[in-house]
Design a binder for this molecule. Structure first.
Ligand SMILES: Cc1ncc(COP(=O)(O)O)c(C=O)c1O
Length: 400
């Protein structure tokens, strides 16, 4: 589609024929890595005939890096246990690098390819980086990735294997965010930082377009989304907003922001009306551990316009939800990716009483459990080996 950029704060518009990050007038003194000011929204300047035309850059060579079109699972055992008849899980753990972040990386790769850029610079808590590294491997782009050294090992290893230049830093994700911006300013390349590059939101909106295709006229009433920087949330909001504005749907589902009580900056801002960083984010769900959410301002807009709400849960609830997804639905999610389900569990009595048992719920499963196996240390164990005979089996498992 033809597009231009518009600042979500001052409304100033900029032509789409350039790479832009933040509104020069409004980004002002907001240091990189905070609730960024001056986020730009990509706006369609023509008419579109189908939802797939709503992307600013065409998703070229999709079979080279087959992102999205993830299936919907209907978890029949959980639906029965909790009296929620119309419950769906969108399995974004099945993306090429194992997380939802492939959607943003696919769009930034499309931007780079369209503009003849060969380098992409990114900072990440882990998944955005491995997704961009995966896209880089598929399309032949150089990827420079700044990550906190504390990121789960599997995510870092994955990125190294994909051939990215991985730069672990002795600092936080927020510091990696700043450093990556300095790096792309100084040495060139497109910056893929989440929210900072508006194409990340454009990529993530593909989830809503797929949900529209999968549900038809009966799009979900409520969508549960795990939130850290707020950009998955923003992308899903933007997708439904674009679908509505282009006349494909008549409403935006209620979008629920689910956060850990150890990383709840957006939820606090939603309650107080004041976007402020929290001092420190310490949730075990590393992918949603963010003290200063880059996409917070756009997510707050989505919360207001979708009549959504925030659910804050404990890490214990997230870990319990992760185990329940494995045991009772056959879905292996990393802790952050299980947070959406923990949010539904928190809200289940309210959902049944206020919306009825057939409320149409979609939960976004944002990443695979293989990303972070250390989280199981001390929580679960592989049984000790037995001698290879039936007696040993009986003694271990059948004798009471
Ligand atoms: C698996 C997973 N879930 C949820 C999130 C949260 O997304 P956002 O930071 O855009 O809110 C992330 C972000 O890294 C993620 O990797």
């Amino acid at each position: 589609m033809d597009f231009f950029y518009r600042c979500i704060e001052c409304g100033r518009e900029y032509p789409g024929n350039q790479v832009m990050y933040l509104c020069p007038d409004c980004s002002g003194d907001s240091p990189p890595g905070t609730f960024l000011s001056g986020l730009l929204e990509v706006c369609c300047s023509g008419s579109v005939q189908s939802p797939e035309e709503l992307y600013p850059y065409p998703l070229v060579k999709r079979d080279t890096y087959p992102v999205g079109n993830t299936p919907l699972a209907r978890p029949m055992r959980l639906a029965e246990t909790y009296g929620l008849d119309s419950l769906f899980f969108k399995l974004d753990n099945l993306n090429p690098s194992g997380s939802f972040k492939d959607r943003a990386s696919q769009m930034v790769a499309a931007q780079a390819l369209a503009l003849g850029e060969s380098t992409v610079v990114v900072s990440s808590t882990g998944n955005a980086g491995s997704a961009m590294a995966c896209a880089g491997a598929a399309y032949g782009l150089e990827v420079i990735l700044f990550v906190p050294q504390s990121a789960p090992k599997n995510k870092l290893l994955q990125s190294v294997l994909y051939g990215a230049r991985v730069v672990p830093i002795k600092g936080t994700y927020d510091q990696a965010f700043s450093l990556s911006i300095s790096c792309s300013r100084e040495f060139g390349g497109i910056n893929r930082n989440t929210a900072y590059n508006p194409m990340t939101i454009e990529g993530k909106k593909s989830c809503s377009i797929e949900l529209y295709r999968q549900f038809g006229d009966n799009i979900p009433d409520v969508v549960y989304i795990p939130v850290g920087d707020g950009v998955i949330y923003s992308g899903i909001y933007k997708g439904f907003k674009d679908l509505r504005d282009a006349g494909f749907t008549d409403r935006i589902p209620k979008l629920v922001c689910v956060q850990s009580d150890r990383s709840d900056a957006i939820s606090r801002a939603w309650r107080s009306g004041k976007p402020d960083n929290i001092e420190e984010a310490t949730t075990i769900a590393d992918s949603i551990s963010v003290a200063s959410p880059a996409g917070g301002r756009y997510a707050l807009k989505g919360l207001a316009e979708s009549s959504g709400w925030c659910v804050v849960i404990s890490d214990e609830q997230i870990l319990a939800a992760q185990l329940e997804l494995s045991r009772d639905a056959g879905i292996f999610a990393e802790p952050a990716a299980a947070a959406g389900w923990a949010g539904v569990l928190h809200d289940a009595p309210m959902l049944r009483s206020e919306y009825g048992p057939d409320v149409n719920i979609a939960v976004i499963i944002t990443g695979t459990g293989f990303k972070d196996m250390d989280v199981f240390t001390g929580r679960t164990a592989i049984p000790e080996a037995i001698e290879p005979d039936l007696d040993a089996y009986e003694r271990r498992f059948l004798d009471s």
